[in-house]
Design a protein around this ligand. Structure first.
Ligand code: UDP
Length: 323
């Protein structure tokens, strides 16, 4: 049985939908940002907190957990700057409680959602796992601190782990049954699609004077279903004992500017966006593009879905958003 912490969140719920095809799944989520409706009905759902030792004890006593996949975190860069306590408490301290209880129950396998924010402002075109980590905000620091804790737990207690550093997760399940739903929404693709649906007046482009081809920021957008597939491969590698302590980037290896994303959304939907140029947003690096060559060569993972497919699936979801 696999415990998915944060399985009612955006990425967690997409992973659960794939994982229930292969394994028995328990989801733990406090529903602070997640949605109960997004959890596949084949998974057992427990409402509780990963920072609460009693909730965790109950789960590890009740179910034969062989691995934990940990998605539960706060993930807004701007908020982490104004409220670092929330980020260190929820992302670091609560994760430490989870790892403590795992150690107590001798559960050895762990998959951790990390982030491109671990790299800060990189000086290379393509970021690989040897690129130095240097976060520039508390969110990135909180994730990197957990990565360090995992490395230390691995050496001291024999914990086996895989860290997955996501670039820009986007898109929705092809069925349209689950998708991205944040309140407030801050991410580019949902904001564009909401504007195209008439739910917002305009789209603000945060900065048009970056040193990039069209002056807007470049990001590496990765379909949430491709992310889910990478987690399943990482889990199999852990359970088969092929990997014991690894870090992988997850991206498409392609960079798209904010303007290009808006243009692709217009093309997919056949609608015209209302766009304004605005000031830069604090903490935004000009370009973040991943090399995912390591996970390709070691686990055979490649992103299968391009930007257009991401937007087709997101559009399908946003037109009939269920939660
Ligand atoms: N962005 C933008 N307008 C928005 C939201 C985002 O111009 O309303 C830009 C943002 O500055 C960044 C890119 O779109 O360059 C992706 O931002 P998002 O918040 O989706 O993801 P992040 O890269 O911050 O994880």
């Amino acid at each position: 049985m696999i415990l998915v912490v944060g399985g009612a969140g955006y990425i967690g719920s997409h992973l659960v939908k794939e994982l229930v095809e292969k394994e028995e799944v328990v989801v733990l989520d406090n529903l602070s940002t997640g949605h109960r409706e997004s959890v596949d009905s084949r998974a057992i759902f427990v409402k509780g907190d990963l920072g609460n030792e009693e909730d965790l004890d109950m789960i590890f006593k009740s179910y034969p957990i062989k691995a934990v996949m940990h998605f539960a975190a706060n993930s807004l860069v701007g908020e982490s700057v104004t409220d670092p306590l929330k980020y260190y408490e929820n992302n670091v301290a609560a994760t430490l409680t989870l790892l403590k209880v795992m150690t107590k129950f001798k559960v050895k396998n762990f998959i951790f959602s990390s982030t491109a924010a671990a790299y800060g402002i990189p000086t290379v075109e393509m970021i690989d796992e040897t690129t130095p980590t240097a976060p520039i905000n508390p969110y990135g620091h909180s994730k990197l601190m957990v990565e360090q804790i995992l490395a230390d737990f691995s050496k001291a207690y024999g914990l086996h782990y895989v860290v997955l550093r996501y670039f820009n997760a986007a898109g929705a399940h092809e069925s349209g049954v689950i998708g991205e739903s944040h309140d407030p929404e801050t991410h580019l693709i949902p904001i564009i699609l909401q504007q195209l649906l008439g739910q917002r007046e305009k789209i603000s482009v945060f900065g048009s004077d970056y040193d990039t081809k069209d002056g807007t920021c470049i990001r590496d957008y990765i379909h949430v279903t491709d992310l889910a597939a990478a987690h399943i491969l990482a889990l199999e590698a852990l359970l088969e004992g092929k990997k014991t302590a690894e870090v992988y980037n997850l991206g498409n290896g392609l960079g798209f500017s904010v303007k290009e994303v808006i243009e692709t959304c217009e093309k997919v939907t056949g609608k015209q966006a209302n766009v304004e140029m605005a000031d830069r947003r604090a903490g935004d690096p000009a370009r973040l593009v991943a090399s995912s060559a390591k996970i390709d060569s070691e686990l055979g993972w490649k992103a299968q879905r391009n930007l257009e497919k991401i937007i087709v699936d997101a559009w399908n979801w946003h037109q009939n958003q269920r939660y």
